[in-house]
Design a protein around this ligand. Structure first.
Ligand code: DAH
Length: 358
């Protein structure tokens, strides 16, 4: 009888195979060991081939069964080891891909430490405010938590008004249901400012108001549920639609550059009458027409119009004496267009490789 085929020798062959598999430190190594064990010239396969040399039928059957069990065990050990290695290789991969945002780079102490810089949205807000300051506007700020009155009602959006559907509102669980909310736009700042100006007798108003706004939107390439707007409000004597168009055009050229222009198209907003959407020359194709601007050469930036008499009534201003205009648009959208950012979600992912470009 072949000395390869005693139960002890088969057990020893299996033990060797299992040891080789368990020692594999990578998936590639494991595959290599497994195929070596299953190869024609392996010790286990040689043992199987020599079954025919056993003359005793019972001994041949017993050895055959042991060799089959051994191959089953090999398969089980391979799979168990594979599961362990997959977990650890994935962990290694994740570790390699990880960006440690708090990491302190310790190195040559003679090099100046990286100081970081303002986020692109903060930079954009500052440059927009600077443009409006240069045009004689004051810069104002206000609350992100508003009541229904400021966000909707005083802006001529009474309960049940269909235009409320434009604003997927996040309500706070405070006071009566659906009375306290996260502002869906910066327009409520118009009401705060006008109430104050009326109380303090400080009309006229020329103001720019920037800040964070909230809507129940799913993030996508052009929308974020938390975003930023800048609002403009001019209330004075004898203000006309021409003043509005002039301010929008001046701002557009000042912020985007002299070859980018603006145009106004009729639209509807409850707090302005007449209302317009303002569009600027597409910053991708510079007006030639491309995919981004649906071949029109123009991209919508925001809304504007002459302040509606209902808004004046809400804050107690005499529309016979005062008139004015308002506008509002997205700061993130401005950053996106000026820097050709394909996906707005990049602004909130905090990937330093993206942030460092600006
Ligand atoms: N608040 C509007 C919005 O977020 C934008 C807007 C439109 C602001 C017209 C204005 C305006 O001041 O006059 O959809």
């Amino acid at each position: 009888m072949s000395d390869q085929l005693t139960p002890e020798s088969i057990a020893a062959l299996l033990e060797q195979a299992v040891a080789a598999l368990t020692a594999a430190e990578s998936l590639a190594d494991l595959d290599h060991q497994a195929s070596a064990i299953r190869a024609k010239d392996s010790a286990l396969m040689a043992a199987r081939r020599s079954l025919g040399t056993l003359d005793d039928i019972d001994a041949r059957k017993a050895a055959g069964a042991l060799l089959n069990d051994a191959m089953t065990t090999v398969t089980e050990v391979v799979e168990a080891r594979r599961a362990v290695l997959e977990v650890s290789e994935r962990a290694t991969q994740l570790e390699a891909d990880r960006l440690d945002l708090t990491e302190v780079v310790v190195g040559d102490v003679s090099l100046p430490l990286g100081r970081g810089h303002a986020h692109l949205v903060t930079q954009t807000r500052a440059s927009l405010e600077a443009v409006f300051v240069a045009m004689g506007f004051t810069v104002e700020e206000g609350p992100e938590v508003e009541t229904d009155w400021y966000n909707f009602e005083a802006l001529n959006l009474p309960p049940g008004h269909p235009a409320r559907d434009m604003y997927d509102t996040m309500y706070l669980d405070i006071a009566q249901p659906e009375t306290v909310l996260l502002r869906t736009h910066t327009s409520p700042m118009q009401i705060h400012l006008l109430e104050r100006a009326v109380a303090d007798g400080t009309l006229p108003v020329h103001a720019a108001m920037a800040g964070r706004c909230y809507r129940l939107d799913t993030p996508d390439a052009r929308h974020l549920p938390v975003f930023h707007q800048i609002e403009g409000l001019v209330i004075d004597r004898g203000i006309t639609f021409a003043d509005l168009a002039g301010v929008i055009e001046t701002f557009t050229a000042a912020y985007f550059g002299p070859d980018i222009h603006s145009r106004l198209r009729p639209a509807y907003f409850p707090f302005t009458e007449p209302s317009a959407e303002f569009e600027i020359t597409c910053t991708i194709c510079r007006g030639e027409g491309c995919r981004t601007c649906s071949r029109t050469g123009w991209i919508e930036l925001g809304g504007c119009g002459m302040v509606d008499p209902a808004v004046f009534a809400a804050v107690g201003i005499d529309p016979a004496e005062w008139s004015g205009f308002a506008f509002g648009f997205g700061i993130d959208r401005c950053a996106q267009m000026r820097h050709q950012i394909a996906d707005m979600r990049s602004l909130i992912e905090n990937d330093l490789r993206f942030m460092r470009q600006f």
